[in-house]
Structures are given as C-alpha cells and as structure tokens.
Design a protein around this ligand. Structure first.
Ligand SMILES: [Zn+2]
Length: 82
C-alpha cells in the first residue's frame, strides 16, 4: 500500500499491484527522511506505507542521502581550498 495527497491535500491510500494480496503490515514513514532535513515529529512529513512500499522507498532514500552527503563533502572541500 502506498499513500499520496489528493487535490484537497489530504492523504489517501491505495494498493499497488506489485504489493501483492498480502502486503501486510503498515508502517509510518517519513516522507522527507530526517537525514535529509525532514521533520521527525511533523505529521505532515509522515505517511503510512505497507512494508513492501516502505522497503522500496527506503532504498530510494538511501541513495538520496548518499548523494546529499557527497554533495556536502564536495562543498566542504571547496570551502577549504578557498
Ligand atoms: Zn504498498
């Protein structure tokens, strides 16, 4: 199961075909990962995902976090060289 905002800005939930019939447990997920500056306690930054969707999103998040860290490092390096 995944969640998305509808035109009224409310969360709605939908099942994805790739989830299969027994996608199972739902978990709370930070839409913007805390590592990327997302607010840990703001409900607007929390969505409900099934385990399958959460796993897929976690993989995407990890890539985004790695990219952000790399950029940050390059930035720091650039400042040191000035
Ligand atoms: Zn799902």
């Amino acid at each position: 199961m995944n969640s998305r905002k509808n035109k009224d800005g409310e969360w709605e939930y939908y099942w994805e075909e790739k989830d299969g019939p027994n996608a199972g447990e739902l978990v709370g997920d930070h839409i913007i990962p805390i590592a990327l500056g997302g607010d840990e306690w703001d409900l607007k930054n929390i969505q409900t995902l099934c385990i399958n969707c959460n796993k897929r999103k976690t993989k995407r998040d990890q890539i985004n976090i790695a990219v952000a860290r790399k950029k940050e490092k390059l930035k720091q390096k650039g400042q040191q060289e000035l």
